[in-house]
Design a protein around this ligand. Structure first.
Ligand code: MN
Length: 266
């Protein structure tokens, strides 16, 4: 726009003109930017979760496609610490790869698709075999918020027993849609679900939040097991858990920045 034209326009007209340019010009580029950012953050999340020992050779993390909520991004079947942007693949919510020539997929990708289908609020899902949560998953002793960093556990961490959907004799993996849907039903509206004889899932409204919850769930389980050996713990009350969660939600970015630099060097 020439300066003379801008000067000649009345102010509401000028603002409307700017808005029109923004909507028409920035939306496609913004979508591409947010997709690139999702890929970048997903690669970082894989490395971070490995560095924090939340995942090892196994486990995975996904993110909903910011361009289309009926798709999600997940690495091909490989160890999380080795994931690069070239390894990220797109899936629909039935966990079918969009690319017919996609490389081999994680057997348990159904965890991700089923949760995204059941929970429109979820943007990222972590699945891990975090050993510290297994005693809680296997005994039914309730995992509770031991300290403020795990305050989100005040919302409960239901336990999924694969026998409820797959009967006795499965290989313990969430390897089809039926098992994925059953796990998503057990998760319900919680942020974390434990999986008997297997591990856990943690979800979030962003990749950093899902990573934060996955990490601190494992730390909380370790602390609770230690505390139960010493005596009778006093857990965060429901009111403390709710208030601490509101505070922590605003602080997730601080941990993420540190973890990302340690994992990616930037
Ligand atoms: Mn697994």
């Amino acid at each position: 726009m020439a300066p003379a034209e801008g000067a000649a326009m009345n102010r509401p007209g000028f603002l409307a003109g700017l808005a029109a340019v923004g909507v028409a010009g920035a939306a496609p580029a913004g979508a591409a930017d947010s997709y690139a950012q999702s890929v970048d953050d997903l690669v970082a999340a894989n490395r971070i979760l490995a560095q924090l020992n939340v995942v090892d050779g196994f486990g995975h993390v996904s993110v909903r496609d910011p361009r289309d909520p009926s798709h999600y991004l997940l690495a091909r079947s490989m160890a999380p610490a080795l994931v690069t942007a070239a390894d990220i693949q797109l899936y629909d919510l039935r966990s079918v790869p969009l690319d017919p020539n996609a490389r081999p997929s994680y057997l348990e990708r159904f965890i991700h698709g089923a949760i995204y289908a059941a929970r429109p609020d979820v943007v990222s899902v972590v699945h891990s075999h975090t050993e510290s949560v297994i005693p809680f998953a296997d005994t039914g002793v309730t995992l509770r918020p031991m300290f403020h960093m795990a305050s989100f556990l005040g919302g409960g961490a239901p336990i999924f027993d694969i026998r409820s959907a797959g009967g006795d004799g499965t290989d313990m993996l969430i390897s089809n849609q039926t098992l994925g849907d059953a796990l998503a039903r057990t998760l319900g509206s919680a942020d974390v679900a434990l999986m008997r004889g297997h591990g856990m899932v943690a979800v979030g409204t962003s990749i950093p939040e899902a990573v934060f919850r996955a990490y601190y769930t494992g730390e909380d389980a370790r602390l609770e097991a230690e505390a139960l050996r010493l005596g009778t713990p006093t857990y965060l009350s429901p009111a403390e858990a709710a208030h601490a969660t509101r505070t922590n939600t605003a602080l997730v970015g601080r941990a993420w920045a540190l973890w990302k630099r340690a994992a990616m060097g930037s």
